[in-house]
Design a protein around this ligand. Structure first.
Ligand code: XMP
Length: 509
């Protein structure tokens, strides 16, 4: 599908995906591409504009990443952000050097010259800086539009061409009017048109999937999570009953989860099959304590069960809910069109020689939720916390036993139920209980007890790569503790995990 885009040349900024999202939020399709994308490829895209991202390098070091210099002669509007501004300066004959005073965090911007970039904005506002280098001499034909205390060249512009550079980060929420600056650049300077609306995407995608699939049979492994469900419902619109969704119940799910997932899919009237394989999984996990070994066993057994279903159905195509961040991440700043190697369902397409269908490859998570809403996917699924493939197997530390699964399910259900009741479920990124392999002494009703410990974990995160522990209210934690100890047999102690990631991970195994 061809769509005019704003191309974001990636120099390795931690914010590169944020830039892409901001542009899409403004209703314009954006794509992240490697900084060295050839001029021919750039031209082929007929972009509305180029945005040069930030990055960790210094332009004056040898081998620093720089774009093809000819981009400045194309007449395409360019906005350089942070390192992007420095790259423009360096390539067009200005000077960039290490700043004596490095600038991180809030800075006050002072607009010195009126420009379409600042239309409708005040003369002074706060921006977010994060740089060690700075411009010390402008390239020829450039002028200063704004400064900050430590950056005399905080915003610069070519006098004749639509080439801009900003030292701060308009894409982060801490920059006041950041979105307005991007909007001014895209609509006023680059004259971009709104071409990114979920309704249009859905219509086009359904058509595209129908064309790609033809009469072939498509299979999908459903987890009950957002991505696979939305991919599944969209594909169903395109190919109807040539699609089958297989939900492998490995017996490591949370309380009532399998029934709930089944209920939702049945209600939506979709071709859904639940395969109960819990006996097989638990059998294979018997006596296994090592977390990675547990993961391996669950993964392999899953493939085995799923493969059998796919053969029976005669599937030729495998549907997966791969998202844009996965695609970008696996490609890294090497960019290129590498397909994610670690698919959700480990190595399935290669092993089964199936064609791959990934209708959500262009979307961010929040866009998938929006699409899901449009497709009538129930709220419970769209708002669900992430849940690991190996399920409770990695939340029972050590060997997985049937009776421990019961204990953990009960404790976890109380925690989640209370989070929902308190309106906190959607405020935390992920929350769950873990069962520890230790016993501790307690006293209940004058009787000494010697029972198991449950750990509660709730984290704030945006992508699971880094996370901080959620500052849940004490009275809330107190309520959860009381309920778990009173209602779950075998537990006499509850602890709350206050580790961040890094150095800890989100899961305990
Ligand atoms: P960690 O524990 O690595 O978790 O900080 C980050 C995110 O990934 C999930 N996770 C997994 N998901 N298979 C999965 O599908 C796994 O083996 C696995 N391990 C962790 C975890 O729940 C969190 O959202």
């Amino acid at each position: 599908m061809r769509r005019k885009a704003v191309l974001i040349l990636n120099f390795g900024s931690q914010y590169v995906q944020l830039i892409a999202r901001r542009v899409r939020e403004l209703g314009i399709y954006s794509q992240i591409v490697p900084f060295y994308l050839s001029l021919e490829k750039i031209m082929e895209n007929e972009p509305y504009a180029l945005i040069l991202s930030g990055g960790p390098a210094s332009v004056y070091t040898q081998g620093a990443p720089l774009p093809d210099e000819r981009i400045y002669t194309l007449g395409i509007p360019i906005l350089g952000i942070c390192y992007g501004l420095q790259a423009i300066t360096h390539q067009l004959g200005g000077t960039v050097e290490r700043a004596q005073k490095q600038e991180y965090g809030r800075a006050r911007l002072e607009v010195l010259k009126e420009d379409p970039l600042f239309e409708g904005l005040p003369k002074n506002f706060d921006v977010w800086m994060s740089h060690a280098d700075k411009v010390s001499k402008l390239p020829r034909d450039f002028e200063i539009l704004a400064k900050s205390e430590n950056s005399p060249y905080a915003v610069i512009k070519h006098k004749l061409k639509p080439i801009y550079g900003v030292q701060f980060h308009p894409e982060v929420s801490h920059t006041q009017y950041g979105k307005e600056i991007l909007a001014n650049f895209l609509f006023k300077v680059a004259k971009a048109e709104k071409n990114w609306k979920m309704e249009n995407f859905l219509e086009e995608k359904v058509k595209e999937v129908r064309e790609q699939v033809g009469n072939k049979k498509v299979i999908c492994a459903l987890s009950g999570g957002v991505d696979s469900t939305v991919a599944f419902v969209l594909t169903y619109r395109a190919v109807g009953n040539n699609l089958l969704g297989v939900f492998v119940d490995h017996g490591l799910l949370r309380k009532g989860e399998a029934q709930e997932v089944e209920k939702h899919f049945k209600q939506m009237g979709l071709p859904f099959k639940r395969v109960n394989a819990s006996k097989l999984f638990l059998e294979r996990l018997k006596g296994v304590e090592d977390p990675e070994e547990k993961r391996r066993i669950v993964g392999h057994t899953f493939v085995e069960v799923f493969e059998k279903e796919a053969k029976e159905f005669g599937a030729q195509v495998l549907l997966q809910g791969t998202l844009y961040p996965d695609v970008v991440e696996s490609a890294g700043i090497e960019g290129a069109q590498v397909i994610k190697t670690h698919h959700n369902v480990g190595g399935l397409p290669e092993r089964m020689a199936l064609e791959l269908l990934e209708p959500l490859r262009e979307l961010f998570k929040d866009e998938v939720r929006e699409l899901g809403k449009l497709l009538g996917v129930p709220k419970e699924i769209l708002e669900r916390h992430p849940f690991p493939g190996p399920g409770l197997a990695i939340r029972i530390l050590g060997e997985v036993k049937e009776e421990d699964l019961e204990i953990l399910r009960e404790a976890d259900a109380i925690f989640i139920e209370e989070l929902k009741k308190a309106g906190l479920y959607n405020k935390v990124w992920q929350a769950f209980a873990v069962l520890l392999p230790v016993k501790s002494v307690g006293v209940m009703g004058d009787v000494r007890t010697y029972e198991r410990v449950v750990g509660l974990r709730a984290v704030d995160s945006t992508d699971g790569m880094t996370a901080d522990w959620s500052k849940l209210p004490y009275d809330f934690l107190d309520r959860v503790m009381r309920r778990i100890i009173n209602e779950v047999k075998g537990i006499n102690r509850v602890v709350y995990d206050i580790s961040s990631k890094p150095p800890a991970t989100i899961e305990w195994e």
